[in-house]
Design a protein around this ligand. Structure first.
Ligand SMILES: [Mg+2]
Length: 107
């Protein structure tokens, strides 16, 4: 599964099962070349929920985070901001459940 498909599936999951007063949205970095203020390593998703703001860096099953992505993660955690690097399609959904943005699914 490509990362763009994972991103689509995760946002669709939130649209279907998202809890009130939450947000999951894409951060445009991949195809927004030239936009002023872009920064390498910005995560794929911004997530707003009961814990405040969090970020998810999506990866394919065998993907690897870049040094820039790890640097952003370290910054977030240093500043007390939730940040998760997830692999595949199910892991980001588990994170959204843990962060209280979507209803927990039966499994
Ligand atoms: Mg990614």
């Amino acid at each position: 599964m490509r990362e763009s498909e994972i991103q689509r599936a995760v946002i669709a999951h939130w649209k279907a099962l998202g809890l009130p007063d939450t947000l999951v949205a894409a951060i445009p970095n991949q195809n927004a070349h030239g936009q002023y203020g872009l920064k390498r390593g910005l995560p794929d998703l911004i997530c707003i929920g009961p814990r405040g703001v969090g970020f998810i860096e999506l990866k394919r099953d065998k993907g690897r985070p870049t040094a820039d992505q790890l640097e952003i993660k370290t910054l977030c955690l240093t500043r007390g901001v939730d940040h998760a690097i997830t692999y595949g399609r199910e892991e980001p959904i588990r994170v959204l459940e843990e962060w209280g943005l979507v209803r927990r699914s039966q499994r």
